[in-house]
Structures are given as C-alpha cells and as structure tokens.
Design a protein around this ligand. Sequence first.
Ligand code: ADP
Ligand SMILES: Nc1ccn([C@@H]2O[C@H](COP(=O)(O)O)[C@@H](O)[C@H]2O)c(=O)n1
Length: 201
Amino acid sequence: MLILGIAGGTGCGKTTVVNQIVEQLPENEVGVISQDSYYNDLSHLSREDRAKINFDHPNSIDFDLMISHMEELRRGETIQTPIYSFVEETRMEETVPTEPKKVMIVEGILVLTNPKLRDMFDIKIFVHADSDERLIRRLQRDIRERGHDLEKVLTRYQTAVKPMHEQFIEPSKEFADIIIPNNHYNTVAVDIVRTIINNKL
Ligand SMILES: Nc1ncnc2c1ncn2[C@@H]1O[C@H](COP(=O)(O)OP(=O)(O)O)[C@@H](O)[C@H]1O
Ligand SMILES: Nc1ccn([C@@H]2O[C@H](COP(=O)(O)O)[C@@H](O)[C@H]2O)c(=O)n1
C-alpha cells in the first residue's frame, strides 16, 4: 500500500486537490481518509459547549483511532470510518465501511503534525495558499456548506484558526516532500502527483 499524507491550512484546497487527483484514477485502487472524520466524539456535550471547542488544536482530533485505522487498512482489513457532522459539531452514530486500497490518501489540516501518523506516509504533501485567499474561501464555504454565519467564521478565525495555523500547521510544512502552491488551480502539480500514483498502480 502507498500512503500519501496531504496537509495545509483550512481553505488551501486540500479536498479539491484530492478530488482532482482521484477523479482520473481507477475507483477501486485509490481510497481517501479525511482527518475531519476523526474529530473527537463530543456527543456528551451540549451544542453550546461543543461550539466552544478549539477545532484547530491537535487535541481535537482522535489521532489514536485514526492511526489504528490506518494500521488496520495496511493489514488489509476494512475499517468503520466515523461520520462527522459540521452542522451538529459532533460524530454521528453511523459509520461508513472503508476498504483498503492500493493507494490511500490521508488529508487534513493537522495530519503532518502527529509524528506517528506522519511516519506512516510514504509521500508527504503540503498544499499552500496565502492566508487572505484561504479566509475568503473558508468564509464562502462555511456559510454555504457548514451552516455557519459571517460572525461565527470570523470569530473562530481570529481566536482559533489563525493562532493554531501559526503554532501547528505552518511549522508542519517542513516535513513535506512536496509543496503545492494553490493560490490558483494547479493542474501541473495534480498531474505530477497522479503520475506518481499511476507508477505505483
Ligand atoms: N485553487 C483554488 N482557487 C480557487 N478556489 C479554490 C481553489 N481550491 C479550492 N477552492 C475552493 O475553496 C474552498 C475550500 O476548498 P477545500 O478544497 O474545501 O479546502 P480545504 O479542504 O483545504 O479546507 C472550496 O469552496 C473550493 O471550491
Ligand atoms: N465543528 C467544526 C469542526 C471543524 N471546523 C473547522 O474545520 C477546519 C478543518 O477543515 P478543512 O476542511 O477546512 O481543512 C478547521 O479549521 C476547523 O476550524 C469547524 O469549523 N467546525
């Protein structure tokens, strides 16, 4: 199994890049694991208390479960991936079965910050976009898709997203083998990563 880890700040375009990489590859050969699925289960907290959590700190992620799932996939076992709701801000009761594939892509803001998870990656990629670009994209996406309003996005950006980006995410860039500039759609970089995967397949 070839495992790619793809990190980068919120709104840099990780999900978009992964979708572009995957869309021209055989479906049964490539799988994707998103760090977002592994936010801690907060169902024991009220909605109000869940909203106070710092979702950009590494402690908000259940890395133990994520790592043990990656180990199971490497052993050829199917895992039950948690489903996370950004609207409810907690893990759902349902899970989705995820089968091991020849190539697994693991994406998320913090995936290069955890040494044990990082060591499982054969290729480490960091997607870069400038912070103003990322904030604009995040505003549009969170209001459109994640049920947030302008004030919530901006408050969260100032209190958690920006400081955690500077403390944890940006420094994790140093572990990357490849940095993809993504202020504009970068089809050349996507093609290069796809070629690497195709060679493996
Ligand atoms: N290169 C790009 N140029 C303009 N918009 C982009 C680009 N890449 C992604 N987007 C848009 O920005 C938003 C956030 O992208 P997404 O892939 O969800 O980022 P991430 O997964 O890193 O948070 C989405 O609405 C997406 O369509
Ligand atoms: N309940 C939550 C959980 C997380 N977030 C934000 O998601 C961002 C990471 O996801 P990307 O797709 O943008 O990489 C992270 O910055 C969290 O602040 C949230 O808003 N609500």
